[in-house]
Design a protein around this ligand. Structure first.
Ligand code: FAD
Ligand code: MLT
Ligand code: ZN
Length: 471
């Protein structure tokens, strides 16, 4: 830092208003701890600009004063990427006041939103305009579109609509020196050199600050079916996925795997939720949407599941008979993460593999981890349709959960080595942040790291954007 902290704060207050520069501990506390309570930092100030021009001012002031910036949206990230370090010199730049829906273009099927808009509000604005914005995460009430793009979020509808990256057409970004790049184009075809927006998507705030985006909209589904299928094992899940894909093709929107222990934890903390097909080791939560008639879809889905049960691919199935029942089934899936948090710390893995490799991986990793950590509890769930598992390890019953976390590096080694050996990824959707920075250096090819460092040096030569994250 080349300027005194007090002076920087004064300049920031002049740019965004004193009320939007938080320095007192009770005010900054929610911004300096991550959702899991795993990372905790300190900050020079939390700054809350109201618009793109103010974001540019803040970045320019910090750049001149050589003050690092940690961009933050809804602070729901899983890798400590939006948490400042413990030094107290970094500024947390909160985007939550950039909360306007700028435009909906029905003929172009696009929506232009500011980075701080919560995902649920983008979905609602699309629905109000008669469209569907498909990005869907259990955190959608709090996470922001800027955070979704910066983490290239996945969620429960990737099977049909892709990740956040696939839903973005244009971005507005404040660069490390404070200049504004307006790339807010709603074009589905634009071959004019490098697709620059792709650099900022998934960059976790290390290359620029996203201030707005143009997003794709889709026709609203007319008919939807939600079902929970009971399964003997993950191989059954893979077989069911294949059967449903063949029969329903792109109407298959979501295919979530849930292990019995994961379901039990969720129901422990949410006893009001149903248990429609009890007593099975594995489950698949399936979502099918269609623009055709509801009755035709229900009949087709019922036939597909009847065949699956007859062929013993599925052991039993519960099909929601109302929107309320569908919501309750989804709540069983979407509350697992938060329920696990209530249980205490756990060793999380967010991995992806070719779908075909998942049954064998689960067997092999289970044996390796059980041998290394006798009695450890496996909490496994995830977006199986996309090859993405949340493969979490918790302390044996009765053991100290905090002490068990000391095993994280060894558990990571076992899981990530097995994943890498099968051509998988150590981060499917949550990103790298500070949690997996060393793991990234270990599993990414040297030439890939070199290219990433070259891009970082080109766009952020002073290294002020979210230092210590990703690289
Ligand atoms: P933050 O946590 O605030 O920030 C995340 C990263 O983005 C940080 O590196 C930050 O610096 C950067 N950033 C934020 N805003 C900007 C911006 N405007 N410009 C530049 N950089 C920025 N994730 C999934 O992918 N799929 C899921 O299914 C899913 N489910 C979840 C369920 C729960 C219960 C929770 C708590 C989290 C879940 N997540 C999931 C993780 C998380 O919600 C996503 O990563 C989300 O995209 C983060 O958005 P955010 O606004 O909270 O970002
Ligand atoms: C989920 O799919 O629920 C999330 O990605 C969160 C998690 O892994 O805990
Ligand atoms: Zn997930």
């Amino acid at each position: 830092m080349v300027d005194s902290g007090a002076n920087v704060r004064t300049r920031l207050a002049a740019a965004v208003g004193a009320a939007n520069v938080l320095t007192e501990s009770p005010d900054v506390e929610p911004y300096v701890t991550d959702w899991r309570g795993r990372f905790h930092g300190r900050t020079l100030a939390v700054v809350r600009p109201a618009n793109t021009a103010e974001v540019a001012d803040v970045v320019r002031i910090c750049n001149e004063a050589r003050v690092p910036i940690v961009a933050q949206g809804g602070n729901t990230g899983m890798c400590g990427a939006a948490t400042p370090d413990a030094m107290g010199y970094e500024v947390v730049l909160s985007l939550t006041r950039l909360d306007r829906i700028r435009a909906v273009d029905g003929d172009n099927a696009t929506i232009t939103v500011e980075a701080g808009v919560p995902l649920a509000q983008v979905q609602q604005a699309a629905a109000d305009a008669g469209f569907h914005f498909p990005l869907s995460l259990a955190s959608e009430g709090s996470c922001t579109i800027g955070g979704n793009l910066s983490t290239n979020a996945g969620g429960t509808a990737v099977l049909r609509f892709g990740n956040a990256r696939d839903l973005a057409l244009g971005l507005e970004v404040v660069l490390a020196d404070g200049r504004v790049w307006n790339g807010l184009r709603g074009l589905r075809k634009d071959n004019t050199g490098y697709d620059l927006k792709q650099l900022f998507i998934g960059a976790e705030g290390t290359l620029g600050i996203i201030t707005a985006a143009v997003l794709k909209l889709f026709p609203k589904p007319v008919a939807s079916v939600t079902a929970l299928a009971a399964l003997a094992d993950p191989a059954g899940a893979v077989a069911l996925l294949r059967t449903l894909k063949r029969g329903l093709s792109d109407r298959l929107v979501g295919f979530e795997l849930i292990s019995a222990p994961a379901l039990a934890i969720c129901r422990k903390h949410h006893p009001d939720l149903p248990d429609p097909v009890p007593g099975h080791p594995w489950y698949a939560l399936v979502q099918i949407d269609d623009s055709g008639s509801a009755s035709a879809l229900s009949e087709q889905v019922e036939n597909a599941f009847a065949d699956a049960v007859e062929s013993a691919t599925a052991l039993d199935v519960a099909i929601a008979q109302s929107e309320e029942q569908a919501h309750a089934l989804w709540a069983l899936r979407e509350n697992i993460s938060e329920s696990q948090r209530r249980e205490g710390p756990n060793i999380k893995h967010d991995i992806s593999l070719p779908v075909s490799a998942i049954p064998e991986f689960l067997e092999t990793s289970h044996d390796a981890l059980s041998a290394a950590f006798p009695g450890a509890q496996f909490v496994i769930f995830g977006h199986l349709g996309d090859g993405n598992l949340h493969y979490n390890l918790a302390a044996p019953t009765g053991a100290d959960a905090h002490a068990f976390m000391e095993h994280a590096p060894r558990a990571n080694r076992i899981v990530h080595d097995l994943v890498a050996a099968r051509g998988g990824s150590i981060s499917a959707e949550h990103g790298i942040g500070q949690l997996k920075r060393e793991e990234l250096a270990r599993y990414k090819a040297p030439v890939e790291l070199e290219m990433m460092r070259a891009i970082k040096a080109a766009l952020d030569p002073a290294g002020l954007l979210n230092p210590g994250k990703v690289l």
